[in-house]
Design a binder for this molecule. Structure first.
Ligand SMILES: *Cc1c(COP(=O)(O)O)cnc(C)c1O
Length: 411
């Protein structure tokens, strides 16, 4: 009796993820191939991770060259790629000379460091930490405590103390921020919540109020960073300077790496012995991230993200599907709102049509393709996405009473 990869996955892998949707064996640019040799257009890019697409020569060369030179020495020592990446991240984030970088291996680790930064700043006088309802900051115990989704926290209570959740409104900021608050955590576009943007002026108000009250403003750029939204970091759309940002996902282009970048006085909070990581910032990871960011700069992919994002939104609106209510997000972080809770069905239909996309909730499709995409990929996307929407709209009409459901779907 032969077993399939699905049997193996079902037996051997942790059950905290749903059933794996495909077994991929190869990638190139914006395309993936499965074990049957079938090709897919990838508009998920490993959840905003593969900034340069799959198997980009710059990525491949950086991994190979650094692995053949020096991969890891521990944080008792410095390496050239680590210093170069710290300096590059400071420049791109605009910290000026007083900025500092802590390296970890994931988004959650970057936010864990930020949580500790908040505690160091707060001490006994500032026990409160504010975070936004519905924002996502990670799955470790610390970052879960910062994540404003009660259903995610519930099986793991009690959480780390002191975190309070507020609505993403300027009024809520005004009501909550006082001199007892250590830090405000902000996800500038809520990716996991369905690509939900903050209200106009929110970040500027947050900066003003946090500054008035001596509160750290910590911006989670893990999904929005590395050029994804059409600026290097999303906070740069608003012209503010935060106290710290966290980055991961797109920075490494597929290599696991995360970082906390601090600005000004916040850079002096950590002192020897207060935080660390064995793997964090090793030569291999930092060399790859350095090469990925250098290529994003060289090829001007931040501008491409802005431009292609506009193009993609316009193309989706132009499909004119009765299922689509509209597009959200910035640059190549795109949320497609649906009029019916059929996002999972659209994802499944898309896979059938040879397109990989994702549904952060029942009424949103999230598109986070490689920053390298151009006309060819967008044209193909539109064709496949339109067909997928059509498949689902058709099934909806068939499912319900024909006359009534048909009218609803067409409305
Ligand atoms: C993905 C994500 C995280 C967690 O990153 P991991 O690498 O999965 O630990 C945290 N915050 C935001 C905004 C994210 O999108």
């Amino acid at each position: 009796m032969t077993t399939t990869w699905k049997d193996d996955a079902g037996r051997d892998l942790v059950r905290s993820f749903g059933e794996r949707m495909a077994l991929f064996t190869r990638g190139e640019g914006a395309y993936l191939w499965d074990d049957k040799g079938r090709r897919y257009l990838d508009f998920l890019a490993g959840i905003a991770v593969n900034s340069l697409g799959h198997a980009h020569p710059v990525f491949v060369e950086a991994v190979a060259a650094q692995a053949a030179t020096l991969a890891h020495v521990s944080n008792y020592f410095a390496t050239e790629p680590q210093l170069a990446l710290a300096s590059r991240l400071k420049r791109l984030a605009g910290t000026g000379p007083s900025g500092r970088v802590y390296f970890g291996n994931s988004g959650a680790e970057a936010n864990e460091a930020a949580f500790k930064l908040a505690r160091l700043h707060g001490g006994a006088d500032r026990p409160r930490i504010l975070s936004l309802r519905d924002a996502f900051h990670g799955r470790t115990m610390g970052t879960l405590a910062l994540t404003g989704k009660p259903w995610m926290q519930e099986p793991f209570l009690p959480m780390a103390g002191g975190v309070e959740f507020i609505d993403s409104t300027i009024e809520a900021l005004e009501a909550a921020i006082d001199d007892r608050v250590a830090a405000l955590f902000v996800e500038p576009v809520k990716g996991e919540a369905g690509v939900v943007e903050l209200p106009e002026g929110f970040l500027r108000a947050a900066r003003e109020l946090t500054e008035q009250h001596g509160v750290l403003l910590i911006i989670d750029e893990i999904q929005t960073g590395a050029g994804r939204t059409g600026e290097w970091f999303a906070f740069q759309h608003d012209g503010i300077t935060p106290d710290a940002i966290t980055v991961a996902k797109g920075i490494g282009g597929g290599f696991p790496i995360g970082a906390l970048i601090t600005f000004g006085a916040a850079s002096e909070l950590f002192y020897p012995g207060t935080h660390g990581s064995t793997f964090g910032g090793n030569a291999l990871g930092t060399a790859v991230a350095g090469a990925v960011l250098a290529e994003i700069e060289r090829a001007d992919l931040v501008a491409n993200a802005a431009e292609r994002g506009e193009q993609l939104r316009a193309a989706i609106e132009a499909i004119g599907s009765p299922l689509v209510s509209g597009c959200r997000g910035k640059g190549l972080l795109v949320g497609v709102g649906l009029r019916h809770p059929v996002a999972k069905a659209v994802v499944a239909a898309a896979q059938e049509h040879g397109l990989i996309i994702n549904a952060p909730n029942d009424e949103t499709i999230r598109l986070v393709p490689a920053l390298t995409i151009g006309d060819v990929e967008i044209d193909e996307f539109v064709q496949l996405f339109a067909a997928s929407l059509e498949t689902v709209a058709h099934a909806l009409v068939l499912e319900d009473e024909p006359a009534q459901a048909g009218a609803e779907v067409r409305a």
